[in-house]
Design a protein around this ligand. Sequence first.
Ligand code: ZN
Length: 69
Amino acid sequence: MANEINKNLVKCKVCSGIVATSARRCPHCGARLKMHPVLGCFLWIVGLIVLFIIVMVFLVLFMNYRKIR
Ligand SMILES: [Zn+2]
């Protein structure tokens, strides 16, 4: 019985309230719960790609700036 409850319910890290695993936000304090692992990984990859593009754009701009002078 206790294990069954633990499978479907998790403790909120912020307020320690009991929250259903299917809930995206804690109903007690509104804190965001743990993100879906696949979605979290996807966001990490997208973030890294965006960061890489920004760095490349700055590098190209810097190279062009040096060529002009
Ligand atoms: Zn909470």
